[in-house]
Design a protein around this ligand. Structure first.
Ligand code: FES
Length: 135
């Protein structure tokens, strides 16, 4: 029958573990905040006259911005089939995809061809002299 040596350390109890480690975790969270997510792209509003289709790059992807009477729309110009860039056809009143004859109506809904989904839209808003596009 041997007794434990007097110098053998006692294990941490749950309470003492939390008392020591919880403040460290809080301190760590304060000093190492999560990296910021993607920010919306801000653009000068005067570059977007009402009713005019303007293409900008958002995260290197083409997005069409159109100011309307009620606000602004931002629509991805990447086809939902295989990602080719669509273009607006004034004569057809539709977006045409050059790759596989896909066609989308003026609201981005699939009209013809293989695209499985409408053109994506992005959040967009006007705030004073700026237009914000993206998350
Ligand atoms: S990529 Fe547009 S129809 Fe195929």
């Amino acid at each position: 029958m041997g007794a434990e040596p007097a110098s053998f350390p006692k294990p941490f109890s749950r309470r003492s573990f939390l008392a020591v480690c919880a403040p460290l975790a809080v301190s760590c969270a304060r000093t190492n905040p999560q990296p910021p997510g993607p920010k919306p792209l801000s653009l000068p509003l005067d570059r977007f006259p009402p009713g005019v289709r303007v293409t900008v790059l958002v995260s290197d992807r083409p997005v069409e911005i159109v100011r309307t009477e009620t606000g602004v729309t931002a629509r991805s110009l990447l086809c939902t089939h295989q990602g080719c860039e669509v273009s607006w056809s004034e004569t057809e009143n539709a977006y045409r995809c050059p790759c596989h004859e896909g066609m989308f109506d003026a609201d981005g809904r699939v009209k013809e061809g293989p695209p499985p989904k409408p053109l994506a839209t992005l959040p967009a808003r006007i705030d004073g002299p700026l237009l914000f596009v993206g998350p």
